[in-house]
Design a protein around this ligand. Structure first.
Ligand code: APR
Ligand code: PHB
Length: 397
């Protein structure tokens, strides 16, 4: 049996696990990451690509932002469209200069993985964590399999950054938390296409055919989404149909959607999931292991990295100052931000998706919310500050 010893055992090499490992190392705390998938798989997995100001600041502060600085695209605002009418939300102006950066999640994962391995640190790919043991003692263990061999990672703390399907949440005693779920009655069909973006800022649109989003990855790659039914299959969506729906739903006077070869097409279901306890003994959950937000607003990766900030505060307090206050408060501090993001993601989802027949009461409420954005700076500022992400200090009350 393979035996490894470290201070913090991390399950999962997504944005949460990788950021945690780097941040701990900067504070002189050792960790080892176990990742179920191959390096090629995690670096190729297409996900969202919207980084809040806090996320960008964290990556830069860790010295890991150099490619992001070069290749990421900063946005000072966003377009919101409803029935072919548009409102512009100027983030920077409404939030004292805060903005978002478009940079694919898999690029973040690539940068963090490269840096971790270049520094000679340990990350086992295709290593499946199979059991979390003794997390109520001060010598917990993660049992895993790697290259056909059983192994055990002995540590002081376990960070389960292993996503929605991981073993972290399943290991938490059932009576230690309550869970909350919403399953939305629609999904997103997303494409990547080799074509220059048709807009220099993102566009979220409500249309009587359903939601559409125009995003991008670079000056030559566009990322776009349309709302589809949950039981929809990509086979029903020819490239022509995708472009035609996008063009209709995003359409406003004077706007022309550029089309190009589609090289990726996939359907993502939408759900909100929460549990109200992220810690049991010395086992901590972070990122998608603990919560899922619908993608409207692009909060997933940002929340994962924000959880890590609170976990690092706790672990640094423990190792450096012999103080467990921040570890004890981990759930409370992380949940404040997570619920805020749940609310914002839900708000954006409800505002822009077709939920009922066009013209019904629900539609009228959506339209009233949109019209309010035209009428009120306060309303636009609410979207702006949530979209770019509230500073960490805001949550200290
Ligand atoms: N053993 C080892 N690794 C595991 C196990 C296991 N038993 N189970 C899951 N994993 C790995 C997965 O293979 C995955 O690479 O944990 C990792 C979790 O990473 P992510 O899913 O990227 O989750 P997280 O780091 O929390 O980042 C959240 O991902 O889903 C998006 O929108 C979401 O942007 C958000 C981000
Ligand atoms: C993306 O670029 O993939 C993206 C952007 C904004 C969102 C969701 C996804 O709200």
């Amino acid at each position: 049996m393979k035996k490894i010893k470290t201070q913090v055992g991390i399950i999962g090499a997504g944005p949460a696990g990788l950021t945690l490992a780097h941040w701990l190392k900067r504070n002189g705390i050792s960790s080892v990451i176990l990742e179920l998938r191959s390096r090629k798989y995690i670096e190729g997995r297409v996900r969202a690509g919207l980084l809040e100001q806090n996320t960008v600041d964290i990556l830069n502060d860790m010295g890991l932002g150099s490619r992001m600085k070069k290749e990421g695209i900063e946005h000072d605002g966003v377009f919101l469209s409803f029935d072919s009418e548009r409102v512009h939300i100027p983030f920077a102006e409404l939030t004292g200069g805060r903005r978002i950066t478009i940079y694919g999640q898999q690029e973040v994962v690539k940068d963090l993985t490269d840096a971790w391995l270049d520094q000679g640190e340990e990350l086992l790919f295709e290593a499946e964590a199979t059991k979390i043991k003794d997390f109520n003692t001060d010598h917990p263990e993660i049992h895993f399999t790697h290259e056909g061999e059983d192994g055990v990672l002995e540590c002081d703390f376990i960070a389960a950054c292993d996503g929605f399907h991981g073993i972290g949440r399943k290991t938490m005693p059932k009576e230690s938390y309550r869970s909350y779920d919403i399953t939305y009655p629609f999904s997103w069909l997303g494409i990547l296409a080799n074509v220059a973006p048709s807009s220099d800022e993102l566009i979220y649109a409500y249309h009587e055919n359903g939601f559409a989003l125009h995003s991008l990855r670079s000056e030559v790659v566009s990322r776009l989404y349309v709302q589809v039914d949950n039981d929809e299959s990509v086979d029903n969506w020819s490239d022509d149909r995708v472009w035609s729906e996008l063009s209709t739903r995003l359409g406003t006077p004077g706007f022309e959607l550029k089309e190009g070869p589609i090289f990726e097409k996939g359907i993502t279901p939408m759900r909100s999931h929460m549990i109200d306890n992220l810690k049991s003994g010395r086992l901590f959950l972070a990122g998608d292991a603990a919560h899922i937000v619908p993608p409207t607003g692009g909060k997933g990766m940002n929340l994962a990295i924000a959880d890590v900030k609170h976990l690092v505060d706790g672990l640094v307090g423990f190792y450096k100052n012999n103080d467990t206050k921040d570890l004890d408060n981990y759930t409370q501090m992380a949940l404040r931000r997570i619920w805020r993001a749940q609310d914002f993601s839900n708000y954006m989802t409800q505002l822009f998706h077709k939920q009922d027949e066009h013209g019904t009461f629900t539609y009228k409420l959506q339209k009233a919310k949109f019209d309010y954005l035209k009428m009120s700076t306060a309303s636009r500022a609410t979207i702006a500050e949530n979209y770019v992400g509230l500073p960490f200090e805001t949550y200290e009350f």
